[in-house]
Design a protein around this ligand. Structure first.
Ligand code: SF4
Ligand code: FES
Length: 255
């Protein structure tokens, strides 16, 4: 039986189990600590720093810090709110995020945090990076424009799917998700049923059959098709739409 410890978060006393991470103890007590890279069931990673709290006065990531007895934690305080808001703003300007046209709008963790922290227009200049879309796989599309490098897909593929399809490649501004095949995603053993595909907090992975066959008139699907056209995948899109008998519906918005 694990030892029970007592700690306080923003003055509220809670109980936790020895060996738990701070974010797990807060979750169990119903206290929200913002996060993006943390996912229950995966080993702690500490990439996004959104869960930064002050534990006994020292900044640390709640997802990688084990609880200790008598710990005093500051979470929802002005300085941390400002730090988190700034971090989220930097994520928005660092990639290409068009929430109003995105098929994951309303179900995106980055967007939800944007609302939570009252972000309207980021204070930083947009970088508008040129990133590719990998539509080589028959079922899964990777849009690197939306990736926030949380590593959840990397760790889920390795730890839960037992595959190691994804990993980080390059450095700094060039860092992105790579796959374990020279021939892009099509050359891997990635499957639409992999837990790694669902682990993404944003819409960097898309179920091609879902957006291209099931929801052709949704604004999000239109946006992605437009993106594919811009990226030179017109022939591929046409082939798939003809295959599904939905060509007219899909093409109408762009004619
Ligand atoms: S593709 Fe999604 S899950 Fe993977 S690192 Fe990027 S944002 Fe995270
Ligand atoms: S959730 Fe803790 S660093 Fe990302």
């Amino acid at each position: 039986m694990p030892e029970t410890l007592t700690l306080t978060i923003d003055g509220v006393s809670i109980e936790a189990q020895a060996g738990q991470y701070l974010i797990e103890a807060a979750d169990a007590a119903g206290i929200f600590i913002p996060r993006l890279c943390h996912q229950p069931g995966l080993a702690p990673f500490g990439a996004c720093r959104l869960c930064t709290v002050l534990a006994n006065g020292r900044p640390c990531s709640a997802c990688t810090t084990p609880v200790t007895d008598g710990m005093v934690v500051a979470n929802d305080i002005e300085s941390l709110r400002e730090f988190r808001k700034m971090t989220i703003e930097m994520l928005f300007v660092e990639g290409n995020h068009f929430c109003m046209f995105c098929e994951k709008s309303g179900n995106c963790e980055l967007q939800a945090l944007g609302y939570r922290f009252g972000i309207t227009a980021p204070r930083f200049p947009y970088l508008w990076p040129q990133r590719e879309v990998d539509a080589s796989h028959p079922d899964i599309l990777i849009d690197h424009n939306r990736c926030i490098l949380c590593g959840r897909c990397v760790r889920t593929s390795r730890e839960l799917d037992g595959k190691h399809v994804f990993d980080f490649v390059e450095r700094g501004n060039e860092k992105q998700i790579g796959v374990n095949a020279a021939a892009r995603l099509a050359g891997t053993d990635a499957d639409i049923s992999d837990q790694a595909i669902d682990a993404c907090p944003v819409a960097a992975y898309l179920n091609i059959r879902c957006f291209a066959a099931c929801q052709p008139l949704q604004r999000s699907g239109q946006c992605i098709v437009e993106l594919l056209f811009r990226q030179g995948f017109a022939a591929w899109v046409e082939a798939r739409l003809l295959d599904k008998g939905r060509r007219r519906e899909f093409h109408q918005p762009f004619l």
